[in-house]
Design a protein around this ligand. Structure first.
Ligand SMILES: NC(=O)c1ccc[n+]([C@@H]2O[C@H](COP(=O)([O-])OP(=O)(O)OC[C@H]3O[C@@H](n4cnc5c(N)ncnc54)[C@H](OP(=O)(O)O)[C@@H]3O)[C@@H](O)[C@H]2O)c1
Length: 304
């Protein structure tokens, strides 16, 4: 299949979520004949699909040119106490989808995480050996292994994804909620990462797919995509408050050791963008540039 054909009729499995929603919006804006699915959160034009059921039959009926697989169990602390369900939803349910893509010769884009790493020496490049600390990270590593056995695939590792308008639970939305209501926002001060701006992720990924630079023979199978800066959640929330002229004193950083999160977290996580920049010629985005791009939507959401 030629690179230009790949984006003709894509399907997003998990289009009601944060990442899937950003891809759906970007593909619709490009005029692609995109289909998307939801499990519990319906949206305009989305098809119901639970991957516990007939994922392969759905793909037969849609006959997509590309599968964008964003579906996952993503609640990291819930995963820690539900390892069987996590394995079922983040690994076993992928098997028929991966097999379908292999049979049909359709490329698959899959999303993974910096939680593959132990957080001793981030930000990490694609060649670093994974060492996940928690159930969620181990399940994503197993999911990657399934996808990486396919001929045409791209595993895109992302972290602390943020945006407005696609979901109700990402950290930026939480910041807005606390700043608006002047509620204390207690966050880990010692967990650093390179947050991924979903709108940027979707735009750059679609450009890479359109020029055959990923998910095609001879292209990198794994790619890291994050902002070009390591920041903590305290930095994140404080910079959002500054843009809004809101009271940043509600933001309080505490050591991870005092927060008693159910799943162990990597402290120095994050993803290096060198492969993206040097090999694929994509300009990485700084966190402040992402916030600048978001500012009109940020102000509107803050006032709402
Ligand atoms: N968000 C982050 O910070 C982050 C960081 C690193 C990696 N990732 C990875 O990026 C991908 C997307 O994450 P996200 O934040 O967009 O997740 P999300 O907002 O939780 O969305 C998950 C999507 O998957 C659907 N889904 C979940 N279980 C399903 C099932 N069994 N069958 C069918 N659909 C199912 C959900 O449908 P309903 O909502 O309709 O139920 C939703 O559309 C995941 O693979 C995640 O591991 C995310």
């Amino acid at each position: 299949m030629s690179a230009s054909r790949v984006l003709a009729a894509p399907v997003i499995l998990g289009a009601s979520g944060l990442v899937g929603g950003a891809f759906l919006a970007a593909l619709r804006a490009r005029g692609a004949a995109v289909r998307g699915t939801y499990r519990t959160q319906p949206g305009p034009g989305l098809d119901p699909l639970d991957l516990a059921g007939e994922g392969a039959a759905y793909l037969d009926s849609v006959a997509p040119s590309l599968v964008i697989l964003t579906s996952a169990l993503t609640h990291v602390d819930y995963c820690e106490s539900h390892p069987e369900e996590t394995h079922e939803r983040n690994v076993r349910q992928l098997e028929p989808i991966v097999a379908w893509c292999g049979r049909a010769g359709v490329p698959l884009v899959f999303f993974s995480t910096d939680y593959l790493f132990d957080g001793r020496e981030g930000p990490y490049d694609e060649d670093t050996a994974p060492h996940p600390l928690n159930v969620y990270g181990r399940s994503k590593l197993e999911g990657e292994a399934l996808v990486r056995a396919l001929g045409r695939h791209a595993v895109l590792r992302i972290t602390n994804v943020f945006d407005i308008g696609f979901d109700v639970k990402n950290f930026l939305i939480r910041c807005l909620d606390h700043l608006r209501q002047r509620k204390p926002l207690i966050v880990p001060g010692d967990q650093l990462a390179t947050p991924t701006y979903a709108t940027w992720l979707a735009a750059e990924t679609l450009d890479l797919l359109a020029r055959g630079a990923i998910a095609a023979p001879g292209t990198p199978g794994v790619l890291h995509l994050g902002c070009d800066e390591m920041i903590s959640r305290v930095d994140f929330a404080t910079r959002v408050a500054a843009i809004l002229g809101a009271d940043a004193s509600i933001v309080e950083g505490k050591p991870t050791a005092e927060l008693h999160q159910a799943a162990p977290r990597p402290l120095m996580g994050g993803l290096r963008n060198d492969r993206l920049k040097r090999l694929l010629g994509v300009a990485a985005i700084r966190f402040d540039d992402a916030l600048a791009d978001l500012t009109p939507r940020l102000r509107e959401a803050y006032r709402a």
